[in-house]
Design a protein around this ligand. Structure first.
Ligand code: SF4
Ligand code: SF4
Length: 62
């Protein structure tokens, strides 16, 4: 079973920079807009291969 990639646990842990979205080689990250109009990334588990590149570019995690 492939490892599930978690970008953030709470939305507060994401600043919406979209670096992860831009870098994903599988185009597995979708942009969704919440009720406050804030755009944030959501991983499509069907397409994600668990490479972890998105986590490496995330400024919140590094
Ligand atoms: S782990 Fe890799 S494939 Fe999955 S969302 Fe991140 S960059 Fe894309
Ligand atoms: S790279 Fe990190 S902070 Fe930037 S949009 Fe993705 S999860 Fe949010």
């Amino acid at each position: 079973m492939k490892k599930k990639t978690i970008l953030y646990n709470k939305k507060e842990e994401c600043c919406g920079c979209m670096a992860c979205y831009a870098v994903c080689p599988q185009k597995a990250i979708d942009i969704v807009i919440d009720e406050e109009g804030f755009e944030y990334p959501l991983i499509n588990c069907e397409k994600c291969v668990g490479c972890g590149i998105c986590l490496k570019v995330c400024p919140i995690k590094s």
